[in-house]
Design a protein around this ligand. Structure first.
Ligand code: NDP
Ligand code: 2IT
Length: 445
């Protein structure tokens, strides 16, 4: 494969889209051996066809705030690849959202969804709308205006959106209400729905539980567990919340959480009472990180920094892309980190990943480690199709099995000669092979 030429062509077509180019480069670099061993992929133009989205849709979203002021945001949906199933992936509402970010997320989603073992293609969408500080009514009006355009593009067997940053249960409710009205159907076109109207138990916790189960599988290969381990999380959104619960349940001590303005270091670790306190703050749309240090006085708030300077055994970044750089990775390694499991999508920069690889750290890339969220979305779709609901235990057991199967796929495809498991390579190769073979079977379309 002519990696540098492919990248140069892609850059020419997508100038300045740094996150998208970063994600494609990371995947293609690890596929070089696989592609040279399988000339049929190049003959069928699989790489060129895979790195370009099937369809990119942008639309205007106009809405009126509580003071009758009119706002115009931009809405997007990137339908990347549907070789193994309908387009599937979350919606992100954040002021930083642009096409580069959504294309990187949609591209990653192809491989992640393939790894889940479920029939799901890859997509992503969202808007540059900022939900921070908005009233429930403003959120509702925005979601309704967004869905007024999006509904034409999606469907239970076409494209199934879900949550991501800034889109949780409340937003999915408002989006679904409008979808159902326009489509005149009550079907599983969105996931992350409320449990009383088609949602799955465990979906809110699934990404955080899954990233912890994946770390547990990695630790197992060294004969270790979470018991007594010091764990650092970043963010405190949907993913970090689920991870905090599961890590604590498994005997680990979560000593950090963070927000855009800094991090909390709590040497005593989170517990159920502290997690409930954080959840209440989150539900009230407040700044959650600083008030924690006023309530629990042993904890300190460190302004303007990431938590990676704290000594920890296991790091679980759960906030956003490129939040852990080379210097952070070096500090973590110096402080004895043994395992990094990515809850967020692409939170570690390529240079940080190199540091983990050189030091033979157990490093689980997001497309494998955080696949539990979309996996339970897939299980929600299954339950919707059957018009049945499974128990918590049933969904959790399936989630654990899926995370364990993803780990096995990474080991099978990523083990190097010296026995070290290169998890990113394993995840990329396993995710790619299923999609590439499906594309071969289906001809040039
Ligand atoms: P949420 O919106 O629930 O939470 C995001 C968290 O990260 C919040 O604590 C937020 O702080 C913080 N954050 C957001 N942007 C930044 C930033 N630029 N710098 C520092 N902190 C930031 O989102 P999720 O928990 O759903 O998503 C977190 C990550 O996990 C994302 O990368 C997402 O793509 C990924 N992911 C999510 C899945 C899901 O099912 N939801 C599944 C798989 C991956 P604050 O609220 O104070 O702004
Ligand atoms: O990045 C992700 O995997 C998600 N935001 C969840 C996607 C989904 O469709 O559940």
């Amino acid at each position: 494969m002519q990696l540098e030429k492919i990248m140069a062509d892609l850059e020419k077509k997508n100038p300045g889209e740094v996150e998208y180019l970063q994600a494609v480069h990371e995947v293609l670099e690890s596929l070089e051996d696989t592609v040279s061993e399988n000339p049929q992929f190049e003959e069928a133009g699989i790489i060129e066809r895979l790195i370009d989205p099937d369809r990119v849709l942008t639309f205007k979203v106009s809405w009126v705030d509580d003071n009758n002021k009119v706002h115009v945001n931009r809405g997007f949906r990137v339908q990347f690849n549907n070789a193994i199933g309908p387009y599937k992936g979350g919606l992100r509402f954040h002021p930083s959202v642009n096409l580069s970010i959504l294309k990187f997320l949609g591209f990653e989603q192809i491989f992640k969804n393939s790894l889940t073992t479920l029939p799901l293609g890859g997509g992503k969408g969202g808007s540059d709308f900022n939900p921070k500080g908005k009233s429930d009514n403003e959120i509702m009006r925005f979601c309704q205006a967004y869905m007024l355009e999006l509904w034409k593009l999606i469907g239970p067997d076409t494209d199934i959106p879900a949550g991501d940053i800034g889109v949780g249960g409340r937003e999915i409710g408002f989006l679904y209400g409008m979808y159902k009205k326009l489509a005149r159907e009550h079907v599983g076109t969105l996931t992350g729905k409320g449990v009383n109207w088609g949602g799955s138990l465990i979906r809110p916790e699934a990404t955080g539980f899954g990233v912890t189960y994946f770390a547990q599988e990695m630790l197992k290969t060294k004969g270790e567990t979470f018991e007594g381990k010091v764990v650092g999380l970043s963010g405190f959104g949907n993913v970090a919340w689920g991870a905090a619960q599961k890590v604590t349940e498994l005997g680990g001590k979560v000593v950090t959480i963070s927000g855009p303005d800094g991090y909390i270091y709590d040497p005593d670790g989170l517990d159920d009472e502290k997690i409930d306190f954080l959840l209440e703050l989150r539900a009230s749309n407040q700044d959650i990180v600083k008030p924690y240090s006023y309530e629990f006085t042993n904890a300190k708030f460190v302004e303007g920094k990431h938590p990676w300077e704290v000594k920890m055994d296991i790091a679980i970044p759960c906030a956003t892309q490129n939040e852990l750089n080379k210097e952070d990775a070096e500090t973590l390694v110096k402080n004895g980190v043994s395992c990094v499991s990515e809850g967020a999508n692409m939170p570690c920069t390529p240079e940080a990943i190199d540091v983990f690889m050189e030091n033979k750290i157990l490093y689980g890339p997001g497309k494998a480690a955080n696949a539990g969220g979309v996996a339970v979305s897939g299980l929600e779709m299954t339950q919707n199709s059957m018009k049945l609901g499974w128990s918590r235990e049933e969904v959790d057991a399936r989630l654990q099995q899926i995370m364990s199967d993803i780990h096995t796929a990474c080991v099978e495809n990523g083990t190097e000669e010296d026995g070290f498991v290169n998890y990113p390579k394993g995840a990329n190769v396993a995710g790619f092979l299923k999609v590439a073979n499906a594309m071969l079977d289906q001809g040039v379309v």
